[in-house]
Design a protein. Structure first.
Length: 214
């Protein structure tokens, strides 16, 4: 590995296991370093988009489960997933690139900490793109999210189970014209605005292939 790294590493001493342990616990665990690591992939995406700017971006947010089998810090029992786990949060774009992520305790709600993941990415794209879209499941559909997306003029789609869509329909609209619901397991979509949005999303998905052909 020292020869692969090259330079002074080839003739110097490699770090011991205890030194690497201190590096991880003392330096990487610092708040500013954790924040920098979370946004590291986004920096690479920014450089790529600087060379091939997309017309718009689609941000997909979702949580995942990472089962643990020991007593690692933040590993907690999650009743929904029926295991001791981490409950990380991810934000991808339409090309499958990871924009930002967050490692969370296993017991938190799916949408917990969404602001720390979504807002830095939106800030990075602000003023550079004319269109930003957001997609997420029912766990992220709440008034605070609606208000933030409306304030940033971001069009959004939330996937809901059919029963939940009907209940929300009886209570009233979930937001302004930039928000729409998709009924899971149902062919029809809620609102003509979502039909137009779907077509735009398909166009954005095709951009990467066009760039590759060039």
């Amino acid at each position: 590995m020292r020869w692969i790294a090259g330079g002074k590493a080839a003739s110097g001493c490699a770090a011991s296991a205890s030194q690497m342990g201190r590096f991880k616990t003392r330096w990487l665990s610092a708040e500013k370093n954790l924040s920098a690591l979370a946004g590291l992939s986004g920096q690479g995406i920014g450089r790529v988009h600087g060379r091939h700017p997309p017309r718009g971006i689609v941000l997909d947010m979702d949580s995942s489960v990472s089962p643990r089998h020991g007593e690692q810090e933040m590993s907690v029992w999650n009743g929904h997933h029926d295991c001791t786990c981490y409950h990380p949060l991810f934000l991808f774009n339409q090309y499958g690139d990871l924009e930002r992520c967050a490692l969370r305790a296993g017991s938190v709600h799916s949408a917990d900490g969404r602001e720390s993941v979504l807002k830095p990415v939106v800030a990075r794209y602000r003023g550079k793109l004319s269109r930003i879209y957001f997609r997420a499941d029912a766990g992220f559909a709440n008034p605070k999210v609606y208000e933030y997306l409306e304030s940033e003029r971001i069009k959004a789609v939330f996937v809901q189970r059919l029963g939940e869509v009907r209940q929300r329909g009886r209570r009233g609209k979930i937001g302004g014209g930039n928000l729409a619901l998709r009924a899971e397991g149902r062919r029809g979509l809620a609102g003509s605005a979502l039909h137009r949005l779907r077509g735009r999303l398909r166009g954005l998905h095709g951009e990467r292939g066009a760039c590759q052909e060039e």
